[in-house]
Ligand binder design. Structure first.
Ligand code: NAD
Length: 266
């Protein structure tokens, strides 16, 4: 998280899904440090309590824990209701919860494929549905930001569900953006490259694998969580007030065809 001196999000109410660790935790810290009231989601309330205790105090109101599984419709509906009731409103919805399962595609089980799609796609759709219904019902502006991935664009062999889900996210964002733009409801995504988070411990904590990963990235290093939080905060802020339907790639150049860094084709 970047040290924040401004309170850009004072009196703003923000929901972050999948906030118990990694990027989601950093995003929650970022918005709280800029003055927002933050509702933090994860599957288990007890895993969110340490974060609740360290969030900087909001300028007004209190932060909230809203536990629930983003792959389960009843849970998402309840989480959204608890957030809207608890905050008496919502300004920014950040759909960050996500997962992946590794498997060769000729052996993939439908159960695993559907599980990844349920969290990464249905979870986004269900959260967005509730937020949009709320904003439209009160004729309020709104802002949705989805945490996608460079695999929205780059294929990820052995992670078919993940590739399919993030590809879907790109078009969900564009479709919702077009449908709701005239109501001053903006919908965007960030697409992180390789970021230092607990799910990447296998290469982050192994110097050889870390070097091998860094070599593939044009900027020759993985990203930090705060570099994703900064981009999400930008998309939530007035500074991006005319931007909708976009995916902002935050990837150190990973989507620039790094293999073409040195000319080999002519
Ligand atoms: P992470 O595993 O550290 O965090 C994922 C969060 O989502 C956790 O808090 C987890 O509890 C939560 N979550 C998972 N399933 C859930 C469910 N069913 N209901 C509620 N919460 C659930 O991963 P991360 O790296 O911080 O990833 C966050 C987002 O960023 C994901 O959408 C991921 O696809 C995306 N992303 C990460 C990277 C990276 O390199 N770390 C790169 C590209 C995209």
């Amino acid at each position: 998280m970047t040290e924040q001196t401004s309170k850009r999000f004072a009196h703003k109410k923000v929901l972050v899904t999948g906030a118990s660790q990694g990027i989601g935790e950093d995003v929650a810290m970022h918005f709280a440090s800029e003055g927002a009231q933050v509702a933090i989601n994860g599957r288990k309330a007890e895993k969110l309590e340490p974060l609740l205790n360290k969030l900087p105090k909001p300028v007004s109101g209190e932060h909230l824990i809203v536990a629930g599984d983003m792959s389960v419709e009843e849970d998402v509906d309840r989480v959204m209701k608890e957030t809207l009731d608890g905050f008496d409103g919502l300004d920014v919805l950040i759909c960050n919860a996500g997962m992946q399962i590794e498997c060769p595609s000729d052996e993939i089980s439908l159960k695993d494929f559907n599980m990844v799609m349920a969290v990464n796609v249905s979870g986004v759709v269900l959260c967005a549905r509730a937020a949009l219904k709320y904003w439209r019902g009160k004729d309020l502006p709104g802002n949705i930001i989805v945490n996608s991935s460079v695999h929205q664009q780059i294929p990820k062999p052995h992670y078919l569900g993940y590739s399919a889900s993030k590809g879907a996210v790109g078009n969900i964002v564009r479709t919702l953006a077009l449908e709701y733009a005239r109501f001053d409801i903006r919908v965007n995504a960030v697409a992180p490259g390789a970021i230092v988070t607990p799910i990447n411990d296998a290469w982050v904590k192994d110097p050889e694998k870390y070097e091998a990963t860094a070599k593939h990235i044009p900027m020759k290093r993985p990203g930090e969580c705060r570099e994703i939080s900064d981009a999400i905060a930008f998309l939530a802020s007035k500074e991006s007030s005319y931007i909708t339907g976009q995916t902002l790639f935050v990837d150190g150049g990973l989507t620039l065809y790094a293999d073409f860094e040195q000319n080999w084709s002519s």
